[in-house]
Design a protein around this ligand. Structure first.
Ligand code: 6PG
Length: 486
């Protein structure tokens, strides 16, 4: 085994783009970084190319890698989520000593993180599942980091992670989220919100392109303008850039050349599944997952084109509906903002439900704080979300905060108008529409759930409660139809 004179304060295992960028980020910020990759060529290439950025200690075996770390050892795993992670954890556990810390920085399913924490703890080491957001660029220049795991690991790990995280108003975008799987759970919901945010932007684009007949370049300019107001965010910013790009070869807008089938690695899907399990109506997030799935149902979409599924009477554009373009663009902006608000509100609800279920005690203010920079959903309005939870940490729903309630009062009419227009144009707006259905459902005085309870009692004697007296009731539907109290 190689003897190391200077030891590394942190190690990175897995040197694909995210891993190597994170390692470089540590090195650039004055940490000596141990690096290891299964195929040593990657390790050599990283050190060769970037040794001028800081101190790297390369290793070609796990044992050497572990020996190059100062105690308590801290190693971040940046390999593909799944079985590869388990294999690396096992190797590290064999080589490490009690009290050392293994961090999984991938997009792991939080239930795997809970299991891994248990297994690693049984072997005397600490395990921290940390969500890391910001993509390749964030990993290099400052991501938002969501570490879970034991609080005592945070004491050791906190300063190192703070040294590489994005910083907003002097505050690093990292904090201890809660025990075991809390960090990965929160990162999962972050990604669910990310899916919804991307989809509402897509719906706005679709309406401006095929409803208002605007070109990608014109729409890019609209998004640039939106980016200086309430919608100021990373995703709006990159949308403007994507729409502005022309393919050099054909001279066409790139957007028209990209196959319209959205991929996914599954974190949004997990958020939707978990929402169902926890009984939280995360409808905007779930619809955004379904929208991606529908886009990728290639054979069915093709068949629907060939069979010319009837559209009914639809308008070819907003002028046919007598709608002014400028007014429409502003309405779409407001509808986007409203639907986005609902997605965030639902995401925070899911985090609360997950936190309650697992006793994690996650503070929503922390999330609003560390999501302001570095991560994919970073947006100016997270400051408002932070203010909302600062004012009332027990807010029953984000949209009930007075600031957001007032915003919604301004947004609601344009939001309704846009959905009506989208329907008349035959353009799909699943998240705009489902978010509004959620909103109307939440504020409704009476819901048809009363009828559902009646139906359930009819066919399954599932009983019901009454508004006018306490107790549980059942109707003898097949006989005299008398109502009895149970
Ligand atoms: C981030 C991203 C990142 C990644 C996901 C989502 O926060 O940096 O969410 O984790 O882009 O893998 O990708 P999919 O769209 O492929 O699910």
């Amino acid at each position: 085994m190689t003897e190391h004179k200077d030891l590394a304060s942190i190690g990175v295992v897995g040197l694909a783009v995210m891993g190597s960028n994170l390692a470089r980020n540590f090195a650039r910020n004055g940490q000596t970084v141990a690096v290891y990759n299964r195929s040593p060529e990657k390790t050599r290439a990283l050190v060769e190319e970037f040794c001028s950025e800081g101190n790297f200690i390369p290793s070609e075996s796990v044992e050497d890698f572990v020996a190059s770390l100062e105690r308590p050892r801290k190693a971040i795993i940046m390999v593909q989520a799944g079985t590869a992670t388990d294999a690396v954890i096992d190797q590290l556990c064999d080589a490490m000593d009690d009290g050392d810390i293994i961090i999984d920085g991938g997009n792991a399913l939080y239930t795997d993180t809970i299991r891994r924490e248990r297994e690693v703890a049984a072997r005397g080491k600490h395990f921290v599942g940390a969500g890391i957001s910001g993509g390749e660029e964030g990993a290099l220049n400052g991501p938002s980091i969501m570490p879970g795991g034991p609080a005592e690991s945070w004491e050791t790990l906190g300063p190192i992670l703070e040294s590489v995280a994005a910083v907003v108003d002097g505050t690093p975008c990292v904090t201890h989220i809660g025990p075991n799987g809390a960090g990965h759970f929160v990162k999962m919901v972050h990604n669910g919100i990310e899916y919804a945010d991307m989809q509402v932007i897509g719906e706005a684009y679709q309406l401006l392109r095929y409803g208002a007949g605007m070109t990608p370049k014109e729409i890019s300019e609209v998004f640039t303008e939106w980016n200086s107001g309430d919608l100021d965010s990373y995703l709006i910013d990159i949308t403007a850039e994507v729409l502005a790009l022309e393919d050099a070869e054909s001279g066409k807008p790139l957007i028209d050349l990209i196959v319209d089938e959205a991929g996914q690695k599954g974190t949004g899907r997990w958020t939707a599944i978990e929402g169902l399990q926890l009984g939280v109506p995360i409808t905007a997030i779930a619809e955004s997952v379904f929208a991606r799935v529908l886009s990728s149902a290639t054979a069915q979409r093709q068949a629907a084109q060939e069979e010319q599924l009837p559209s009914g009477e639809v308008a070819a554009g907003i002028s046919q509906l007598g709608i002014d373009k400028k007014a429409f663009v502003e309405d779409v902006r407001r509808a986007l903002y409203a639907a986005k608000l609902i997605a965030y509100s639902q995401g925070f609800d899911e985090i609360k439900a997950g936190s309650d279920e697992h006793n994690w005690d996650v503070d929503p203010r922390d999330l609003a704080t560390i999501w302001r920079g570095g991560c994919i959903i970073r947006a100016k309005f997270l400051n408002r979300i932070r203010d909302a939870y600062d004012t009332n940490p027990a807010l029953p729903a984000l949209i009930l905060d007075p600031y957001f309630k007032n915003e919604l009062a301004e947004l609601i009419d344009p939001w309704r108008r846009v959905i009506v227009s989208a329907t008349q144009l035959g353009l799909p707006v699943p998240v705009f529409a489902s978010a509004l259905a959620y909103y109307d459902g939440l504020r409704a005085e009476r819901l048809p759930a009363a009828l559902i309870q009646g139906q359930r009692d009819y066919f399954g004697a599932h009983t019901f409660k009454r508004v006018d007296k306490p107790g549980t009731f059942h109707v003898e539907w097949s006989g005299a139809r008398t109502i009895s109290s149970l």
